[in-house]
Write a protein that binds this ligand. Structure first.
Ligand SMILES: Cc1cc2nc3c(=O)[nH]c(=O)nc-3n(C[C@H](O)[C@H](O)[C@H](O)COP(=O)(O)O)c2cc1C
Length: 319
């Protein structure tokens, strides 16, 4: 299959982005994905500029292939991270952005010749991103792991494709070639996957968190933070249940104040990734966790997903 010109311009073998997951997607995972022909993306999350700089160094030491950085716009360190990226402009091919509108940073990235691919959860944001000069967008549905919007990938992606002229990459609920082929049918030029890469051999996620993803069934994720205005999809563990109970009780107050709830969530993904502690860790994962049954090297994940998508588009039947 011929790659869309935008994907081809990134020098990819597979039109697959590895989602820039906070605390999970470090320089090592990103380099493994890029070496295998996908686009590896370092997740800056809420990390300091210094930490992001060191992950960029790691990626540079492990790959000569293009890679990206995801800027989490809710981070208190966002400006430092942007500055680090700009200072590394010769090494960073793509910036993706999460949880908001990156308009104010776009001009600087463009001037540095970095391709900007914001993650969007609505047609309105997609249109705005096109207007301000984004190179492409990731249309991410609420099936996905991590912070989510309101629409499903199946509904969102084609509406975004219809609304804008820049390329659309679909994300959320894609973990195999069936999902990838479906994304192409919806008009996407490629896919971004997060949950499937959580368990990659090169992912630093704690073994107990990986085990929980591999064991998960279709209905094992829940959305926390909905009342507080920062919905995130996680595996239903002790932490998620406690969080939802406290959040629900607060929402029932005459004047809800979610400061304590947010405090409880702070650092909980980091705890999950580093310690695998299900009492205090937010095991972020998407609804496709139920499809993810094997922990493989990133290279096998990429080849497997792409080959299956191609076979299906060539008319091969699933059953
Ligand atoms: C643990 C985890 C952390 C994530 N952190 C971020 C993030 O910091 N920034 C971002 O834009 N997306 C983040 N995401 C979303 C992924 O980049 C990706 O778009 C999403 O996982 C795709 O959906 P899937 O999980 O169904 O594959 C995260 C996802 C997970 C599972």
């Amino acid at each position: 299959m011929q790659l869309d010109p935008f994907m081809a311009s990134l020098d990819l073998k597979y039109p697959i982005f590895q989602g820039g997951m906070a605390w999970v997607a470090d320089g090592r995972l990103a380099a493994a994905v890029s070496n295998a022909g996908g686009l590896g993306i370092i997740g800056a999350g809420h990390a300091s500029g210094e930490i992001v700089q060191s992950e960029i160094e790691t990626a540079k030491s492990l790959t000569d292939r293009p890679f990206g950085v995801n800027v989490m716009l809710l981070s208190p360190h966002v400006q430092d991270v942007v500055d680090v990226i700009l200072s590394e402009k010769d090494s960073i091919t793509v910036v993706t952005t999460g949880a908001g509108d990156p308009s104010r940073y776009l001009e600087d990235f463009k001037a540095a010749d970095i391709k900007v691919v914001p993650v969007v959860g609505s047609v309105a944001l997609a249109k705005r991103m096109q207007r301000v000069g984004a190179d492409a967008v990731v249309a991410e549905g609420m099936e996905s792991g991590g912070h989510i919007g309101k629409l499903t990938t199946m509904a969102l992606a084609p509406q975004v494709v219809d609304a804008i002229d820049i390329p659309v990459i679909a994300a959320g609920g894609i973990a195999d070639g069936r999902g990838m082929a479906a994304a192409f049918m919806l008009g996407a030029v490629g896919v971004q996957m997060g949950t499937r890469f959580l368990v990659a051999a090169e992912s630093k996620v704690h073994p107990d968190y990986k085990k929980a993803v591999l064991k998960a069934k279709d209905i094992d994720t829940v959305v926390t933070g909905e009342f507080a205005g920062h919905p995130a999809r996680v595996l239903k563990n002790k932490m998620a249940k406690r969080f939802m109970k406290i959040e629900k009780a607060e929402a029932a107050e005459p004047e809800p104040d979610f400061t304590d709830v947010e405090q409880l969530g702070n650092g909980s993904l980091r705890t999950a990734v580093l310690t695998g502690d299900a009492e205090n860790g937010a095991f972020m994962a998407g609804q496709v966790a139920g499809l993810v049954k094997e922990a493989e090297p990133a290279a096998d994940i990429l080849a497997d997903v792409y080959q299956q998508a191609i076979s299906l588009m060539d008319g091969e039947k699933i059953k």
